[in-house]
Design a protein around this ligand. Structure first.
Ligand code: HEC
Length: 171
């Protein structure tokens, strides 16, 4: 039986079965269960993909950010998780100049587990692509090879512990 567990943004839901999805890196979607309540680190807008992204973090990651990690040269501690949710956009019906999140495109995350992910500076990567028609998530990639691109692109911010997003000031 499909049990409705959470509702994120407009028109995207995760079913109980989705938590069991496992990326070829060995990381399950269920590892980030409850992420819809985590702290927002920042938002990004990708001009090339016309996509809005929320970057959110678990307690360990957000506490580290607040201590100045990674800009202070320190690394994120074990267990830190950063999640990225990508949304397509739509116009606000009452005010079309205002664009807002529409449908989730994918949820992806990186977790610091140095013992397990020695070859990628301690970060493990996972991506789950949202199929809006089926209202289910699907695992991205068929083998660990498909995930080499993650670490390889994140290498460009090696000095910031391979994390692009900085904590955004809000007061
Ligand atoms: C071609 C470059 C590129 C590739 C490949 C890539 N990323 Fe990223 N990633 C980025 C950029 C740039 C950001 C900053 C936020 C944004 O623009 O979406 C980011 C942000 C993230 C974040 C939020 C933390 C941070 O570093 O800011 C996570 C989590 C993430 N990516 C996971 C993944 C996963 C999982 C994969 C592989 C399946 C992947 N990325 C592949 C460029 C890349």
């Amino acid at each position: 039986m499909r049990k409705l567990l959470l509702s994120l943004g407009v028109g995207a839901v995760a079913f109980a079965g989705d938590w069991d999805l496992e990326a070829p890196t060995g990381l399950k979607f269920g590892l980030i269960k409850g992420y819809e309540n985590w702290h927002v680190v920042a938002t990004h807008f990708r001009t090339d993909k016309n996509e809005l992204r929320y970057i959110i973090g678990n307690d360990i990651a957000v506490k580290a950010y607040k201590r100045g990690v990674p800009l202070n040269g320190q690394k994120f501690p074990e267990g830190a998780i950063l999640v990225k949710i990508g949304y397509s956009l739509k116009k606000n019906p009452a005010f079309p100049a205002s664009l807002e999140p529409n449908v989730i495109q994918r949820v992806e995350f990186m977790i610091k587990d140095s013992k397990r992910f020695k070859d990628s500076a301690g970060w493990g990567f996972a991506r789950f692509v949202y199929d809006a028609k089926a209202k289910r998530y699907k695992v991205f990639g068929k083998s660990a090879k498909d995930y080499m691109q993650c670490f390889s692109c994140h290498q460009s911010v090696a000095k910031k512990d391979f994390v692009f997003t900085d904590y955004v000031k809000r007061k």
